[in-house]
Write a protein that binds this ligand. Structure first.
Ligand code: AMP
Length: 278
């Protein structure tokens, strides 16, 4: 496994490997890896001859009041985990390498970025799509792997690939949870023990909605109100609870096709997201 910080070096290493009947798989991450990330890496390892994992805390997807500075980082630990998974390359560029002075071109998402996290984090998905597009152009992967944990992000990336004709296949892997049900996230490290217990209400509320839908409840307003009722005594602030069309992210009133129930809430100062596709 090689750790490469430089774009031209990575291109030089990948060029002779390309096309020799081996697929190149890319797993973009911001590091501080957990089993959720590793599930993507393992899928890439099964599918591809060459696996590249990028570790880059992308400043352009953080808002001015968000946690860019304190976002957890531990390259040594990440390196050891990825070595165990037999990853070929870690791409770990500096901010200057990715955004040299004068960088000004960006990828602008369509209206699907105006709801859910996009509405609460202005500019977030512009930053995400721009950095992912750059990684696609740098690595030229056959397949790129993303997690269902960031549901809206995966929808927007698939749409970008379609709209801008990127020659890359997108695989979205299932959301991975801890044994107690909490969706794994690098940000869970911010939670105190008491906060972690409260954070479990997020998964509980989604499980409640799943059961109610199975029992026949189809009214979106009643379902979202029920989810909020479970969350309220536990979370500091609800950013959103929404049920939307799983493909178009359009609003729905009654459930009669595949939907995503998406939640974003603060527990203490930590913003957590979770979802279920039903
Ligand atoms: P991040 O490092 O948070 O930017 O995440 C990098 C990739 O890992 C994204 O595609 C995420 O959706 C995915 N990911 C993060 N957490 C999970 C999880 N709990 N289950 C599955 N995928 C995840």
């Amino acid at each position: 496994m090689q750790i490469i910080r430089n774009i031209s070096m990575l291109r030089k290493r990948l060029a002779p490997l390309r096309g020799r009947k081996q697929r190149i798989g890319l797993v973009p991450t911001m590091g501080f890896l957990h089993e959720g990330h590793l599930s993507l890496v393992r899928k890439a390892r099964r599918d591809c001859g060459i696996v590249v994992v990028s570790i880059f805390v992308n400043p352009t997807q953080f808002g001015p009041k968000e946690d860019l500075k304190k976002y957890p980082r531990n390259l040594k630990r990440d390196g050891a985990l990825l070595k165990k998974e037999k990853v070929d390359f870690i791409f770990h560029p500096s901010v200057d390498e990715m955004y040299p002075e004068g960088s000004e071109t960006t990828v602008s998402p369509g209206p699907m970025a105006d709801c859910l996290c996009g509405a609460k984090r202005p500019g977030h998905f512009k930053g995400v799509l721009t950095v992912v597009a750059k990684f696609f152009n740098i690595v030229l992967p056959d397949t790129a792997y993303f997690g269902g944990k960031d549901y809206q992000q995966a929808v927007l990336i698939k749409r970008m690939v379609r709209d801008l004709n990127f020659d890359v296949k997108i695989k979205v892997c299932p959301l991975v949870r801890d044994s107690d049900g909490l969706a794994l996230s690098s940000r869970n490290i911010y939670l105190s023990e008491a906060e972690r217990k409260k954070a479990l209400s997020i998964h509980d509320s989604l499980k409640w909605a799943k059961v109610e839908i199975k029992k026949g409840l189809r009214d979106v307003k009643k379902l979202t109100e029920g989810v909020k009722k479970i969350l309220k005594p536990n979370v500091t602030k609800i950013d959103y609870v929404e049920i939307r069309d799983a493909e178009s992210l359009a609003t729905v009133k009654k459930i009669n096709k595949k939907v995503v129930i998406a939640v974003a809430a603060y527990v203490g100062k930590t913003r957590l997201i979770d979802n279920k596709v039903l």
